[in-house]
Design a protein around this ligand. Sequence first.
Ligand code: CA
Length: 374
Amino acid sequence: MAGHGLCKSTKNIMKVLIYVFTVLILVSCSNEQNITSEQDLVKDQKYNWRLVTSWPKNYPGLGMAPERIADLVEEMSNGQMKITVYGAEEQVPAFGVFDAVSSGSHQMGHSGGYFWKGKVPAAQFFTSVPFGLTADEINAWVNRGGGLELWREIYAPFNIYPIPAGNTGTQMFGWFNKEINSLEDIKGLKMRIPGIGGEVLKEAGGIPVTLPGGELFTALQTGVIDATEWVGPYNDLTFGFHQAAKYYYYPGWHEPGPMLELLINKDAWDSLPKHLQVIIETASKAVNQDMLDEYLAKNNQALTELVETHGVELRKLPDDVIEEFRIISNRILDDLASKDETIAKVYTSYLKFKNDVSAYHEISEDAFVESRNK
Ligand code: CA
């Protein structure tokens, strides 16, 4: 009896175990089905986003960067995500991009952080500041030196998630109808030069003017301005500045390596499945480098054409003028940092990185290029 009883209770235990096991399998299957159907949903959902820019549609370099990001994202996502790119003024003004993305009227934007200096003064450090980081250096600071975390922190209150997305490399100081032989020649010089560069010119005695790219040729030709900066040979040739000014001055101390930005509305970003976020980040990273390569490859061809075909006079700024600009720039940046806590935080990180990387470049790239070019 005892044996039979034991056998019966074993059978009961077995029944319970089989029941529990079956329930577990059923629950597990139903979870799997849920996960599968959620994955199917994410897999099938199409995303059609709009991207506004500060550049003319399909403008060489600047305007093509967001087009390339859109193409890459569509191909990498196998058509799941389609981004339509709009040129400046097509949907919002050139300088309305930040607000459009912040408000969510558009999911994405492509622009330069220094345009928002009135709203986010520290944003300038993520594009370019006078005598600041070159393209390679700002890439290293942003991607590997703590810059990106600071950038996302200062854009967070505006509900914007920034991603690095292009660089023109070192720009030219620009086009002049007057020779610059000494600091005296800066006095009263009317020049289109935006941002902190403009403030530096002002302190040196010049008159900075802010005008959109499309108005520069006429302003220069009619004498409304004496000089203008824009980008570099590749872009400047397309605007035909050589027909309106005689002298082409370098170096572009005011924009040593401006980084452009892909702006994404944070709510829109958070709504994306992880794999599309990775695709967007990867596409932007590819274009960030590709644009720099494009400028480097095209700038020299364009410069040769400007000098040899169009007779442009290429001039280097006198050393004492550059020295004065550098002293004023550092004073202005220190002053900005002393008045604004956020700028102070960003500038401290930026400056430390600049000092470290300059010290290393002195014994690596700088020393090598100097020996190679002798
Ligand atoms: Ca410029």
